[in-house]
Ligand binder design. Structure first.
Ligand code: S3P
Length: 179
């Protein structure tokens, strides 16, 4: 990692269903940081749900909202940020997160992700005839971005608390180095 980096925040990236929000909330509580979920902020800004943004405005409009929130995040301090799964699959977004945050990717296999998200209706990209295949396809496209995270944590066999502990450990180490 670049030693000149400034680690003000913690950004959790990774595919849908890897536990970014649940882990993020727990870690924020322990660190006494603010928790921010980019999807929740976008819904508040747009005045409608992610499903409605996708349906009424299309995916490019949603990605534009993401670009805007990424810009706003640069002004944040002491914040744990859970990003939408597609937000870091963009060079500029990922580079921007790295200017102020330790970027931690939560990882899981397509099968594990499917187990976790099946039955949920709020993820428009998974309203597909074959959601498991769709997860595999999206994951293949995004893997090169997710791999650029500072830290990758495999969530497959770990409890929420164990994942949070790993994330906290990495964050404390990064802060000690970049003090
Ligand atoms: C998306 C992931 C979702 C949400 C939107 C698009 C994606 O967030 O931003 O449905 O492109 O992977 P979660 O990862 O929090 O489910």
């Amino acid at each position: 990692m670049d030693h000149a980096r400034s680690i003000q925040n913690l950004a959790l990236i990774g595919f849908m269903g890897t536990g970014k929000s649940a882990v993020g909330r727990l870690v924020a509580d322990i660190l006494h940081f603010t928790f921010l979920d980019t999807d929740t902020v976008i819904e508040a800004w747009a005045g409608k749900s992610i499903v409605d943004i996708f349906e009424q405005e299309g995916e490019p409009a949603f990605r534009e909202w993401e670009r805007k929130i990424v810009e706003e995040l640069t002004r944040r301090r002491k914040t744990v940020i859970a990003t939408g799964g597609g937000l870091p699959a963009n060079d500029a977004n990922l580079a921007s997160l790295k200017t102020h945050a330790l970027v931690v990717c939560l990882w899981a296999s397509p099968e594990k992700i499917w187990q976790r998200v099946r039955g949920q209706k709020h993820r428009p990209l998974l309203n597909d005839r074959d959601p498991l295949a769709k997860i595999g396809e999206l994951l293949a496209v995004r893997e090169p971005y997710y791999r650029q995270a500072d830290v990758l944590v495999n969530t497959g066999m770990r409890s929420l608390r164990e994942v949070a502990q790993q994330v906290l450990h990495q964050f404390h180490m990064a802060q000690a180095i970049h003090r």
